[in-house]
Structures are given as structure tokens and as C-alpha cells.
Design a protein around this ligand. Structure first.
Ligand code: IFM
Length: 491
């Protein structure tokens, strides 16, 4: 068990139940003790010397297909739910669509050269399902497969490790027409698709990720309707949780059966939850279940938490009985298939009030959902170590911040300091026993930021969307020095 200072080691649930309120947490580093829950200790300070990462630590940057590729009708690609959604008036803040985005489908070679220029040893990208299977089932579109083969070969030729996400939200539209993630069949279709990609790239020693952020798809896509497919139905959201996790499990089974090289995991966006006061403790436990344990427990422990779904403050207000009925014999065994890594995506934290509402405790970025709190990353990593001691090694597959304005800049001091502070917390957690083996900044390029269109720029590299010219920002140059040194300096 890690040493958290003088107090006993507690897991998040117990912490929350003990009523360690956010006021204390916000003001001090988390070293709670049941007898002295409000003890304040000074905020953690980085050491004066650079914090060195372990040998072999994997450094990279990430993108996803729909956000960067463009060319949405090229070479036999079928329509995805995001093509449909973006075409609907009012869905995307600035009216942008996925074409041309960052035109990566045509500029991939020079983008890989950019990775070399920045000295990044790894690149995370996603495969667009509608390029590989234009209708989501049946016939394979070889031209789509060939694109990813060229991309992977291009990476390998440059000595760059591929981290390949199979699903980053671009569901083939015909599968949505048949019910999308709210229906079980989509999980089977995904397993078939995954098998096609494993077979095509079976020789590649890649890091494979099954599903990117199933939580975002379920809640933002099916509960709040702000993402594709634009549904507002809690029961469908709950069903989308289970069917995506089942799809993940089936894909892991297909991966093992294929004999493909490399390792496999799932990319979960996790959210440390802090009650704003003692009255909010119980609601915060439930929000933790909805945000984190509803995904971590089935994947790592083979069971769903009992407190995530229901009508109490903070719960996902779906029908718990209907959800249970979706879970068939063998599902949880598949979902908890052993993994080679757990990919986590960290953007910030949330406060919770007694009504279960998520409320601000920390400053937000231009993305108003993002409460920036680097120490939350340390808390999250330590919580995983404590709550899931048998979890596989961790990789941070996304972490980043948008530029403060839609115009963008190459002088991105905020991003540089954000990355520095988070890398320090990552190094701190490694020092305290967390098995963290890699880090991918989000994102390599400014790109199509979903419902925000091109108005939120998350890239290390500025993209002029008129000319498609790429210009590394200050943070990209700084990140290069971190990667080359395998260490993060205090300032
Ligand atoms: O751009 C997204 C990404 O696609 C998934 N994780 C969060 C990022 C920032 O919103």
C-alpha cells in the first residue's frame, strides 16, 4: 500500500463517506484521517530537481479519426453518426462538420513527420469503423483498411509506436438506425469489426484500445443529447453503458483469439468527485459510482456497483430493473476479460452538492465542464492503486486543455503550465507506487472538437483551418524537451 503521509490509507468511497469535504480538499493536499478529517497540510510542492520518469516510459500525443481525418466520403467510407449529427442545424456551435477537419486523411505523412520533428515516440489514433465496414456489418472496404495499414507502416518506419483506438465515437449510421448502443446487437457488430482490424494488423506490436470514453457516449450522446446520436433517454443511456462495455469485452476476447501482437485495454475518462460540504457526502458517493465505478467495477472486478442507477440524488435516473435485465449470463465475464493495460483520460475534477449536482470547485478552462485541478490526477491514480490493486498497468491516453480563445495562438503558456503541473502529479504518483507506463497529450493537432466544432483548439500544434498549415505551439516545443529528457523540470 502506498504511504500517503501520516494518516491511514483510505479509498475514495470511504473518504467520501467520512465526509472529507471539498473545502478542506481544495485547500490542502489529501491526507485525510478518519479521526481528523479536516487536518490541513500544505499543498504539495514539486521538488527543486527535475522529476524523472521510469526507463521505457512511453510518451506520445493523441488524435481521433473523426476529429482530424476529414475526407468523409473518400475511398468508400460510409456515413457515421457524427456526419449525420453535424449536418443537423444547431448541433455544432460554429456549424463546422467533420470535413475537412485537420485534413489528416490526406496529410498523414507530413503529420507523421511532425511527430518525428517533435521527437514523440508514440502516436495514438483511432480507426474509423465506417471506413473499414461502411455499413457497420458485412463487407470489408479494403481501401479503408489499406489507409490504416499505410498509417501504421508509416509510423513503424519512423520508429513511432502505434496506439490504436478501435472506436472513438464514429458509429456507422446504419447501426444507429438499428438502435445504436442502446441495442445488444451493436456489441456483436463491434466484435466482428474489431476482429477485422486485428487480422489486418495482427503483426503490429501496438497498444490497442477498444472503446474511447464509453461514459461520454452514454451520457452526452444518449442522456443529454449534446453529442451524436442526440438522444435524451436515461434508459437508453444505461443500455449504452452496458452494450459498450460488452462490446469492449467481446473485442478483448477477439483480440486474444486472433493472436495479434501487442496489448489491449479500454480508455476510461475518470473524474475525481469531491463533496462541497458534509451534507453532500452521500450524493458524492453516488456521483462517484455514476462517473467512475459504473465503468471501473465491471471491467476490473466483474460486477456492477449497486449504487449508480436509481432515483437518489446523484444517481443515473434510469430503471435499475431494466438495466439488470440487460445483463445476461456471461456478460460480466466477457467485460472483465484480463487486460494488458488500463487507459485513463484525465481532464479535471468535480464538486458535488447535496442534491447530487455537479458544481464548480476549481477554475474551468474554455471547456466549461473542465475544472482544472492537477492534484486530482494524483488522487485519481492513487485511488486506482488502492481500490483496484489487481488492475493492469495504467497509461494516461488523454490529458490536455483548450486554448483560452477560439482564435488560438502558438504562445500557449496556459497549456504548457497545465501539462507541466499534470506531469509533476503523474511523476509523484509513480514515486508513490502507481504503475503508470505512458502518457499521451491530447491532442497532437487542433481539430474538430465535437459539439464545439473548430471553436475549441486542444492541439499541441496549431492548425490554420483555411490553409491547413501546421505550427507547433510553445507547449509542443516544451513537451519535446520533456520527452527527450524523460523528466519534467520544476519550471
Ligand atoms: O476531444 C475530446 C476527445 O475526443 C475525447 N476526450 C476529451 C477530448 C476533449 O474534449
Amino acid at each position: 500500500m502506498p504511504d500517503r503521509g501520516t494518516g491511514p490509507v483510505l479509498d475514495r468511497r470511504l473518504l467520501l463517506q467520512l465526509g472529507v469535504a471539498a473545502g478542506a480538499l481544495a485547500a490542502c493536499s489529501r491526507d485525510p484521517s478518519p479521526s481528523e478529517p479536516s487536518t490541513t497540510v500544505p499543498p504539495w510542492e514539486p521538488p527543486a530537481e527535475p522529476m524523472v520518469f521510469p526507463d521505457g516510459f512511453v510518451w506520445g500525443a493523441a488524435t481521433s479519426a473523426f476529429q482530424v481525418e476529414g475526407s468523409t466520403t473518400a475511398d468508400g467510407r460510409g456515413p457515421s453518426i457524427w456526419d449525420t449529427f453535424a449536418a443537423e442545424p444547431g448541433r455544432i456551435a460554429d456549424g463546422a462538420t467533420g470535413d475537412p477537419a485537420a485534413d489528416h486523411y490526406r496529410r498523414w505523412e507530413s503529420d507523421l513527420d511532425l511527430l518525428v520533428e517533435l521527437g514523440l515516440p508514440a502516436y495514438r489514433f483511432s480507426v474509423a469503423w465506417p471506413r473499414v465496414q461502411p455499413t457497420g456489418s458485412g463487407a470489408v472496404n479494403q481501401r479503408g483498411v489499406d489507409f490504416y495499414r499505410r498509417l501504421v507502416d508509416g509510423l513503424l518506419a519512423r520508429g513511432i509506436h502505434p496506439a490504436i483506438t478501435l472506436y472513438h465515437w464514429d458509429l456507422p449510421q446504419p447501426l444507429q438506425d438499428a438502435g445504436g448502443w442502446a441495442v445488444r446487437d451493436t456489441a456483436d457488430r463491434f466484435a466482428d469489426y474489431a476482429g477485422i482490424v486485428f487480422d489486418a494488423l495482427r503483426d503490429v506490436d501496438a497498444t490497442w484500445l477498444t472503446i474511447n470514453e464509453p461514459k461520454t457516449t452514454a451520457y452526452v450522446g444518449y442522456r443529454w443529447g449534446a453529442h451524436a446520436p442526440g438522444i435524451t433517454d436515461e434508459d437508453q443511456a444505461a443500455a449504452a453503458v452496458h452494450h459498450q462495455l460488452l462490446a469492449h469485452g467481446r473485442a478483448v476476447q477477439a483480440f486474444r483469439a486472433s493472436g495479434a501482437a501487442g496489448g489491449i485495454g479500454i480508455a476510461l475518462n475518470l473524474l475525481p468527485v469531491y463533496p462541497v460540504d458534509r451534507a453532500a457526502d452521500a450524493a458524492a458517493v453516488r456521483v462517484d459510482a455514476v462517473e467512475n465505478r459504473l465503468f471501473l467495477d465491471p471491467v476490473l472486478l466483474g460486477r456492477y456497483p449497486t449504487d449508480a442507477i436509481g432515483t437518489q440524488p446523484g444517481q443515473l435516473p434510469a430503471d435499475a430493473g431494466r438495466f439488470e435485465d440487460l445483463v445476461r449470463d456471461g456478460d460480466l465475464e466477457a467485460i472483465s476479460s484480463p487486460l494488458d493495460l488500463l487507459a485513463i483520460q484525465y481532464y479535471g475534477v468535480t464538486g458535488v452538492d447535496d442534491a447530487g449536482n455537479q458544481v464548480p470547485l476549481y477554475p474551468t478552462s474554455l471547456a466549461t465542464w473542465q475544472q482544472v485541478h492537477p492534484e486530482g490526477l494524483y488522487d485519481q491514480l492513487m485511488d486506482l492503486l488502492i481500490d483496484y490493486p489487481d488492475a493492469p498497468p495504467l497509461v494516461i491516453t488523454e490529458n490536455g486543455i483548450p486554448d483560452p480563445t477560439a482564435d488560438g495562438t502558438v504562445e500557449d503558456a496556459e497549456r504548457l503550465e497545465f501539462l507541466r503541473a499534470h506531469l509533476q502529479q503523474a511523476a509523484r504518483a509513480i514515486g508513490d507506487g502507481v504503475r503508470l507506463t505512458g502518457y499521451y497529450a491530447w491532442s497532437l493537432l487542433d481539430n474538430f472538437e465535437w459539439a464545439e466544432g473548430l471553436s475549441q483548439r486542444w492541439g499541441l500544434v496549431h492548425v490554420d483551418f483555411e490553409t491547413q498549415e501546421r505550427t507547433p505551439k510553445d507547449s509542443a516545443r516544451w513537451y519535446s524537451t520533456v520527452v527527450r529528457a524523460n523528466a519534467v523540470a520544476p519550471s
